[in-house]
Design a protein around this ligand. Structure first.
Ligand SMILES: [Zn+2]
Length: 325
């Protein structure tokens, strides 16, 4: 079994400007690294690729792969030194637009809107008011119909937050989502998106340093859109943008890995990335990966919250739908 752990924000939350952001504290991250050191053997992406091409038996039984999504500056300032100290590799999946164009992705705008405004009802009501403005032009459903369809509690969020996230991450038409995220972001977070992006994301130079220090850099698209919902040409553009960035920092563009944005993929997408050189594809399905059984282009991962955060913790089975995974 291969335990692939997924991380996003890893920061000193309490001393940050947005302590309410949903992320992992540095202290918990250190504790989790201690736990992983005790219970697992941390392997590299290259070792996983090798095992997939050859035999899964080449990996140790307790193998773990550490993956970090979205290209946050946290990964350079906080994660890189701690991994380097242990001689471990992390795999970093970086969307290209934030780095190259200094734009904050809508999905991240939303995180900071929710962190900046503790009153979720206010954001909720304001979002619905804004949707009213676009309803006619984009032929949108009523608020009740959307609520009916989307409001279910998730593993980590209550229904109201899930509803806001789904509406603004995937449900509304792209121009409407972008406009509403923009307006809420400039109201609650900042009007200077470019400066915010420069502080939030790694730069190309920092990525190059990470790559030189032995970290693995992988594909996460250009705009962080659900690739399964794009046409083949748009997908191609997203993948090409990522591979160009890998080329610029000296990473391998012949044999590479992808973490699908939002974990979303379908057969056509897998075929497309395979023919472009993808060897490993990571989803957000929650389970340990079994290289004997799983398609290497749809490997499941555990969220950091599924893994103990203390050296002394007992090894816990991951429960998915009531069954240990
Ligand atoms: Zn992502």
């Amino acid at each position: 079994m291969l335990t692939i752990v997924m991380y996003h924000y890893v920061r000193d939350l309490e001393r940050s400007r947005f302590p309410r952001i949903k992320g992992l504290s540095l202290e918990a991250f250190r504790g989790q690294l201690d736990y992983l050191q005790r219970r697992h053997t941390v392997v590299t992406m290259e070792e996983v690729m090798f095992a997939v091409e050859g035999s899964p038996a080449d990996l140790p039984d307790d193998a773990a792969l550490l993956t970090f999504d979205d290209g946050f500056i946290d990964h350079y300032t906080n994660v890189l030194p701690l991994l380097d100290e242990r001689g471990w590799q992390g795999s970093f999946f970086v969307p290209t637009r934030p780095l190259l164009e200094k734009k904050v992705l809508d999905t991240h705008k939303l995180h900071f809107i929710l962190a900046a405004q503790p009153n979720t009802h206010a954001v909720f009501d304001e979002m619905l008011d804004l949707i009213d403005e676009y309803r006619e032009r984009y032929d949108l459903l009523s608020a009740d119909e959307y609520w009916e369809r989307l409001a279910q509690p998730s593993r980590f969020d209550p229904p109201e937050i899930v509803f806001i996230k789904r509406m603004l991450q995937t449900e509304l038409p792209e121009p409407v989502r972008a406009a509403i995220c923009d307006r809420l972001f400039s109201r609650y977070v900042t009007r200077d998106e470019e400066a915010f992006a420069a502080e939030l994301y790694v730069s190309v130079d920092q990525l190059r340093i990470m790559q030189r220090l032995g970290m693995h850099i992988g594909v996460h698209g250009e705009t962080h859109s659900r690739l399964d919902r794009l046409g083949p040409e748009c997908r191609q553009r997203e993948i090409r943008s990522s591979l160009e960035l890998l080329g610029r920092i000296g990473a391998d563009t012949e044999a590479w890995s992808i973490a699908y944005p939002f974990g979303a993929h379908d057969e056509a997408l897998r075929r497309q990335v395979r023919s472009a050189g993808a060897k490993i594809g990571l989803t957000t399905e929650v389970a340990r990966a079994d290289l004997w059984r799983h398609d290497p282009l749809q490997l499941p991962r555990l969220d950091t919250n599924d893994v103990p955060k203390q050296f002394s913790s007992a090894r816990v089975p991951v429960m998915v739908g009531g069954a240990a995974a």
